[in-house]
Design a protein around this ligand. Structure first.
Ligand code: NZQ
Ligand code: ZN
Length: 384
């Protein structure tokens, strides 16, 4: 196992009715900005519950944060927050609202252009405190220090992470997720699943506890997903998926183990260029990436096949690895998630060319072993 340090200060309040405890978690001595997205919280009753909690507090609101939140939108919120002397941000929604709130929190206190935090690794020395009411289990943003922001003007999608932007608290009420459209429910399950595999299907390093923790999250997602597809108001199904998605990216399973994240880096480019949902991009990239890198990843892929998919009696790791890829694709298809660029009308050669060109200019280490841009191009061509 590699050395690591682990820190996670997020207070989780989980369960049915937990929004009722929001008022006690919010400060009384500063102005609060409520941030939300396109209005789902107004139709599913979450807005009214949050408004009750804000009763008697000094607050204002900023709405219209879009999926794959834009720098341009966040800059408007930063201006508003600075002018209104906001001292606390309350993010109510999915990963996009939360990621935007993290960027706004950091941007409000940043000297210089906030985009530099994403594009130039500008250090986040301080940030406004954030609280969260999560309505979409997927990203793990409610329990981590990461944020992913897009810029419309340059068609970029970049991330930053800083311990300054951990939420102070996250309220996770599974009942808020009953109203999710099927597409978002499926997106969330696939995103969480791939967060685990990014930290699991990497070079082996003798960390059996982390491996089994990762397998527990994967098995939970595999078992619970069909339940919420059949019955979107299954409390237990929704609760188990919500908690599993948090565990997928609260960084515990990644302690001391090599990680990949290549599917995410390529997937972010697909979203930036073609506007497909985050999880849709991952479901396209992952199977193709595994096929291209199978010989390096065969030990963990075989372990995935045997321990998670219950594949027995397979003579070689390579054969088991093949089955892991096929079974993962089958799982995605069983949810109705597509796994090909052509499913979204995207030309594979065009994607290969655009994404690999951009990767050439990136001065970052890609994956557990850096992938050459020609390999990235091939991964996308094979995902046609
Ligand atoms: O905007 P509203 O009206 O609220 O509707 C949203 C949005 O249209 C809707 N929604 C959310 N909760 C709902 C609901 N509709 C009905 N009922 C509810 N309870 O769902 C749509 C998608 O929401 P969004 O927040 O965009 O989805 P998600 O949570 O999947 O977030 C995706 C973003 O997170 C980033 C992605 O790149 C993408 O930008 N990620 C962030 C990570 C992190 N911070 O650690 C890691 C991830 O890998 C990911 O990259
Ligand atoms: Zn993701």
């Amino acid at each position: 196992m590699n050395n690591f340090s682990y820190y996670n200060p997020v207070k989780i309040v989980f369960g049915s009715g937990s929004i009722a405890g929001l008022a006690e978690l919010l400060p009384d001595d500063t102005r609060i900005m409520l941030l939300y997205g396109g209005g789902s919280i107004k139709t599913n009753g979450v807005y009214d519950k949050v408004k009750s909690a804000l009763c008697g507090k000094n607050w204002c609101e900023f709405s219209g944060i879009e999926p794959n939140p834009l720098h341009e939108t966040c800059m408007r919120a930063i201006d508003m927050a600075r002018n209104a002397k906001i001292g606390f941000l309350l993010a109510v929604g999915g990963g996009s609202v939360l990621d935007a709130s993290k960027y706004i929190a950091a941007g409000c206190e940043y000297r210089g252009d906030p985009w530099d935090i994403l594009a130039k690794g500008g250090e986040v020395k301080s940030a406004l405190p954030i609280g969260c009411v999560l309505t979409l289990p997927a990203t793990g943003s409610e329990v981590n220090e990461a944020s992913v922001i897009s810029r419309a003007s340059s068609r970029q999608k970049l991330f930053f992470s800083s311990p300054m932007v951990f939420p102070r608290f996250s309220i996770l009420d599974p009942e808020t997720t009953y109203s999710l459209p099927l597409r978002q429910t499926v997106n969330g399950i696939v995103d969480a699943f791939i967060h685990v595999t990014e930290q699991y299907v990497a070079p082996p390093c003798n960390a059996p506890l982390q491996a089994r923790q990762a397998e527990a999250v994967l098995l939970t997602l595999l078992e619970e997903a069909p339940k919420v597809l059949v019955n979107p108001s299954s409390y237990d199904g929704r609760a188990n998926i919500m908690w599993a998605a948090s565990h997928a990216l609260n960084r515990v399973i990644g302690c001391g183990v090599p990680q990949d994240w290549m599917s995410h880096l390529i997937g972010h480019e697909l979203t930036a260029f073609y506007g497909i949902d985050h999880a849709q991009s991952l479901a396209i990239v992952l199977p193709s990436l595994w096929r291209q890198t199978k010989s390096e990843k065969q030990v963990k892929l075989a372990q995935l096949a045997r321990r998670v998919y219950g594949v027995g009696d397979v003579a070689t790791d390579m054969a088991a690895a093949d089955l892991a890829i096929i079974k993962t694709e089958r799982f995605f298809h069983s949810l109705g998630m597509k796994t090909r660029l052509s499913d979204y009308g995207i030309d594979a050669d065009d994607a290969a060319q655009r994404v690999s060109e951009r990767m050439k200019t990136r001065d970052i280490l890609l994956g557990d072993a850096p992938l050459a841009s020609v390999v990235i191009a091939e991964i996308l061509r094979q995902a046609k």
